[in-house]
Each structure stands twice: as C-alpha cells, then as structure tokens.
Design a protein around this ligand. Structure first.
Ligand code: AMP
Length: 357
C-alpha cells in the first residue's frame, strides 16, 4: 500500500491520463506523466512531466526511478517499453495483460478459453484465408486488423457483394481476424476495478451508442434485466480475476436476443479506464479514475454509489462549439480536455447529466 503523498507514474498524456491525475490529486498523491508530446493535456494537472519517446530507455528508467508505481492510460504500450519500466518499478496492471489485449486474436482466444461467448472468429493471414473465413462465417462479417485498431480504424465490413480478398488488401495485408457479424440489440459495457487483494468492484452496466464508430453517448443504468446485468458483472469479474488484473478495465459487450432470451457476447477488453466510464466522475461517489488510482496504489477499492440516472455525451470535433450551451444547462457537468485543434473525430471533452427520475 503506497503511502499518502507517493508519486504515481502515468504513461501517456491524453485526457485519460489527465483525469487519472486529477483523481490522484484528490487522494493526496502526486503524479508524474510520461508522454512523447510536449503539448500533452495531462501535463497541465501533473506534478512532474517527462517528454520523451516510448523507446528512449534511459528516459524510461529515470521516470520509473522517480515514481513509486507505474500505470498507463493506453493499451498499445510497446512490449519493450513495459519491460524497461518493469525492470525498475512495479507496473500495474501487469504488462503481461497487454500481450493479451493488444492482439484481437489472442484476446478472443483468452476470453473464449474462460467459457465466455465472443463473436465467432477466424485468423486471417492471407487473401485465401480471408475468402475461406468468409465462406465459413457467412456475411456480413467484420474484418479487423489484429493490432492497433480503434474507433473503427483498421476494420472493414464485408457485405454480400464485397470481395474478402480486396478487404484484406485494403487493410494493408497485415494479420487480421474475421468476426461473424453479431446482430445485437444494444451495446453495453462494464467498467470494473480489481484491487491488489483480489476484490472486484463493478460500476453499473452502461449502455453505449456509437456514431461513425466513435462512442457518442453512454447512459446508465442500461436497459437490461437484473439477470443480464448480473451476468455482465460476472463476466467482467471472471476476466479480471483470470488475468490477475490490478486496476480498472472495461469489457465491451453486445446484448443479443435469441430463443433463450437475452445473452451477452464480449466484443473487446480495454485494459484501462474507459470512455464509457466517464459518467462516474459526476455520477458516482467514487469515479473509475479514483478506483484505478486506489488499485494501483494498493489501497482498498471504494464501493461506489450512483447518483441516479446518468447520461454522458462526448464532445467530438466541432461539437466543442456547442459547449457554451451546456455551461448553463441545469445539472450538466462540463469537462473540456484542452486538446488543441478540434479535428473531426477527435474527443475534445464530455458532458455528464444527472437525469430526472
Ligand atoms: P471495435 O473496434 O471492435 O470495438 O468495433 C467498433 C464497433 O463496430 C463496435 O462498437 C460495434 O458497433 C461494431 N462491431 C465490431 N465488431 C462487430 C461484430 N462482430 N458484429 C457486429 N458489430 C460489430
């Protein structure tokens, strides 16, 4: 258990690092943020900053020596970066979890090995594999690069008239996974924290709406039966426990209706705080950011209580122009990330509202 006033090292300087540092400050910790970009928005609220590349091993070693524990705000931390940091300081969550979640094929295999449902999938390493996989799984199907995809980047829908080999080429001919298309009723996520003592605390099931593959709106509680919500929590807990996870993770799932009623299919795991948990800052007594800081510091997790029905809206690109409208809306909490240019598709801030009823 870290002493109060210890320093938490955060790898990555985006809005997630920024909100982690703010939560850490509330508990009396200091934060040191490491990012290659000099203009990182997390630097504004951190006690110390390192601007260096993720492969600068001397800078990584100095950073690790200067902090009491290292965590990260993004899942694509290079394996060598994590190894260098871990040689100097405890890294939480353990970097071995990154190896599982950075590759969609390994991730799906790990989830399936726990007996948890995923979309049907096939590895695709060639144009011929792509055609065979589509023949096996049917259409529509979704071809995704195994690594480095996010917000719909690195993926292609394969519709009845599409050529699977052309889709594989369009993704650059890199190793891919083909997933059968899941006809879901809604998308939901569980944001869960696991402490060093193995305790797991889940936030309430959140319903997520995407626009152009980017999360637009989250609402909690999700429309779901008590049984489905319980199942979602069980899935998140099983994954966190099996991975020996310490910190906050998000499990994104599809709610599907079949003959047996409603069930859940896991889409992916984010080994970090997650956009669909942003509502917890204003909508719960303990936020996902605070839970993550508590977990990586070896502190007991909180038992969050939700403040009612909560809605979170992302401000994406030019949505920022409307921020002023929300500043005076009763009950709205406005968060702006100081991200600079409001490029299309860029997450610039978010708004949380406690809804009546
Ligand atoms: P991902 O990058 O895997 O999170 O996918 C982004 C979005 O694409 C998801 O939130 C879904 O809306 C959609 N999607 C991804 N995979 C599938 C699938 N196998 N079936 C149906 N929709 C999918």
């Amino acid at each position: 258990m870290l002493k109060p006033e210890s320093t938490i090292g955060i790898l990555g300087g985006g809005q997630l690092g920024r909100m982690l540092a703010m939560a850490a400050a509330r508990l009396g910790f200091r934060c040191h943020v490491y990012s290659p970009e000099a203009d990182s928005c997390a630097f504004d609220v951190a006690d110390a900053a390192t601007v260096a590349a993720y492969d600068d091993e001397a800078a990584l070693a100095r950073f690790a020596e200067a902090v009491d524990v290292v965590t990260y705000e993004f899942e694509n931390v290079p394996a060598q970066t994590a190894a260098v940091l871990a040689a100097h300081r405890q890294v939480r969550p353990d970097p071995q979890v990154l190896a599982k979640t950075q590759d969609r094929l390994i991730e799906k295999q790990a989830i399936a090995a726990l007996g948890i449902a995923t979309a049907p999938f096939r590895p695709v390493d060639s144009a011929a594999d792509a055609q065979a996989a589509v023949a096996a799984l049917g259409r529509p199907a979704v071809l995704k690069t195994r690594r480095l995809g996010y917000d719909g980047k690195g993926q292609r829908m394969i519709m009845p008239d599409d050529d699977a080999a052309a889709a594989f080429a369009a993704l650059g001919g890199v190793p891919c996974i083909l997933e059968g298309f899941v006809r879901f009723e809604r998308e939901v996520s569980v944001v869960a924290a696991r402490g060093t003592d193995g305790t797991v605390a889940c936030f309430d099931l959140t319903e997520n709406e995407h626009r152009d593959h980017i999360l637009r709106r989250s609402i909690v509680p999700a429309t779901a039966s008590a049984g489905l919500e319980q199942e979602a929590r069980r899935i998140a807990e099983r994954i966190a426990t099996a991975f020996g996870y310490v910190g906050v993770l998000a499990v994104e799932m599809f709610a599907v209706r079949n003959e047996a009623g409603e069930t859940l299919v896991v889409n992916e795991i984010a080994p970090r705080v997650h956009n669909s948990g942003h509502w917890t800052i204003d909508g719960a007594t303990v936020s996902q950011f605070e839970q993550h800081i508590r977990a990586v510091a070896g502190w007991p997790l909180g038992q969050p209580v939700r403040h009612g029905r909560v809605e979170m809206l992302n401000l994406i690109g030019a949505d920022l122009d409307d921020a002023a409208r929300w500043l005076t809306m009763p009950g709205a909490c406005v968060h702006l990330y100081r991200k600079g240019e409001a490029r299309p598709g860029r997450k610039m801030g978010h708004i949380t509202r406690i809804l009546p009823g």
